[in-house]
Design a protein around this ligand. Structure first.
Ligand SMILES: [Zn+2]
Length: 202
């Protein structure tokens, strides 16, 4: 059941209070290190989730505006606030070893619900070098779509087709498949024209 439906009969002030509790940020600040192509891909991933859900509920403003070099491992202790942050780091970043230890594996990206997303640039490039993806844009986009799913509150799914699969399966094109969409709509607002995106993206 969605939160909005749950509180439908309550006065508007309660709805606002609940929305604030959810911690949905008003704005997402992007690391200045992102290229224009990467910014576009992040925006496109955000749009794909919105179109799949037929909802603008998660239409959060993206804004270029901070320098992660000023606080290299700041992503480790960031608290949920009115501004979420999307970082771009290298695996040589002081905080990366800690992230890797926490997760137990090599990461191409990490995300905390409504707080931050971290792209690990050289690890995304490695996906191309290893032939998992044919180009950097494709690898970056898949990572963006997956991490944005975590950002919206989703956990991993077992299906290899799902963009929320824990592993990347060779030769399997992932998407916001029906199962992933159903999962998303069980915790967020979705419109009547919701649809899986499996055939619309490469
Ligand atoms: Zn994940």
């Amino acid at each position: 059941m969605s939160l909005t439906k749950l509180v439908n009969s309550l006065p508007i002030v309660s709805v606002l209070a609940l929305a604030a509790c959810q911690g949905r940020p008003e704005k997402i600040l992007l690391d200045y290190k992102f290229s224009q192509q990467e910014v576009n891909l992040i925006a496109e991933a955000q749009r794909e989730w919105q179109e799949a859900a037929d909802s603008s509920e998660m239409d959060i403003l993206l804004s270029l505006g901070f320098n992660s070099d000023e606080k290299p491992s700041g992503f480790l202790d960031q608290k949920r606030g009115s501004e979420a942050i999307i970082y771009k780091i290298e695996s040589s970043n002081p905080g990366y070893a800690t992230l890797k230890e926490e997760s137990g594996s090599d990461l191409v990206g990490v995300s905390k619900v409504f707080t931050n997303i971290i792209f690990v640039e050289d690890k995304i490039k490695e996906l191309v070098e290893k032939g998992v993806y044919t180009d950097y844009g494709g690898a970056f986009y898949r990572t963006a779509l997956h991490e944005y799913g975590h950002f919206l509150g989703l956990d991993h799914l077992a299906s290899s087709r799902s963009v929320m699969a824990n592993l990347i399966y060779e030769g399997v094109e992932t998407c916001i498949d029906p199962e992933t969409l159903e999962y998303y709509c069980s915790i967020n607002e979705c419109g009547s024209n919701r649809h899986a995106t499996c055939t619309s993206k490469k």
